[in-house]
Write a protein that binds this ligand. Structure first.
Ligand code: PGA
Length: 268
């Protein structure tokens, strides 16, 4: 399985010019990645400028580049999407819109949204189902907070989150699902999770997934780690069998740093 490295730019940068520069410099540095797929998740407003038009080979799943050049293992992702296709939902972006733009992935259920906008497990599930119905690959974020961790509730939280997020996901669509274990206490804190601990969480998630679907499905589902990933610690996660990639926030905004992270994935 290729390693999946997801750049979550969050609410950055503040101008299209900066966004373009960051995107272009990454694209230039990260060519011919054979073992890695890189997903750039900029704010919605920049997606249009980064897309590969549908008519070019770059849009194909095979990763052929513009005019036949191999530009990429690069894919576009959104940071969220709504659970309806269209209609009177002011401010929302639908999975149909993203799909039509050439976006492949969408992050769903990020802890910042769960907290700020009170996104519940049920809302995340509704988004997952709709995203899948439009052919998007959802990246479902889950993880415990500091207090839950201290109280030994981690597994209970993970079980509830994964079970609800995957409710009614048809067997035929499960191969598009990506899961990201992101302990909330590790996000943006510089306090990354020990690789062993991250591995334990991913193994637990696979156990739950295998009960819902099958052992094979659980083995094949990509599970990423996210939370204060840097070029220094990326390898520690990636060398663990069972951690299939990384969701990178802060470090994905720094070209050199993110390049190093991706390169460390590409040698594993
Ligand atoms: P971080 O963010 O790498 O800045 O900790 C990760 C995330 O929020 O996905």
């Amino acid at each position: 399985m290729k390693k999946l490295i997801v750049a979550n730019w969050k609410c950055n940068p503040t101008s299209q010019k900066e966004a373009r520069q960051l995107f272009d410099s990454l694209k230039k540095r990260l060519k011919n990645l054979k073992k890695t797929e890189v997903v750039i998740c900029p704010p919605f407003v920049y997606l249009l400028g980064f897309r590969f038009p549908r008519s070019t080979p770059a849009f194909s799943e095979k990763g052929q580049g513009l005019r036949g050049r191999q530009v990429s293992s690069f894919r576009l992702g959104a940071q969220n999407c709504f659970w309806e296709e269209k209609g009177a939902f002011t401010g929302e972006i639908s999975p149909a819109m993203l799909k039509n733009l050439g976006v492949k992935y969408t992050i769903l259920g990020h802890s910042e949204r769960r907290k700020l906008f009170r996104e519940s497990n049920e809302m995340v599930n509704a988004k997952v189902l709709k995203a899948l119905s439009f052919g998007l690959f959802p990246i479902i974020c889950l993880g415990e907070d500091e207090e839950e961790r201290k109280k030994g509730k981690t597994f209970r939280i993970l079980e509830k989150e994964i079970k609800t997020a995957l409710k009614k996901v048809p067997k035929s669509k499960i191969r598009k699902v990506v899961v990201a274990y992101e302990p909330i206490w590790a996000i943006g804190t510089g306090n990354s999770c020990l690789p062993d601990e991250a591995l334990t969480a991913t193994l637990f998630l696979r156990k739950i997934i295998s009960k819902i679907f099958s052992k094979k499905t659980a083995e094949n589902i990509p599970i990423l780690y996210g939370g204060s990933v840097t070029s220094e610690n990326a390898q520690d996660y990636l060398r663990e069998q069972g951690i299939d990639g990384l969701l990178v926030g802060g470090a994905s905004l720094r070209t050199e740093e993110f390049t190093k992270i991706v390169k460390s994935a590409n040698i594993n």
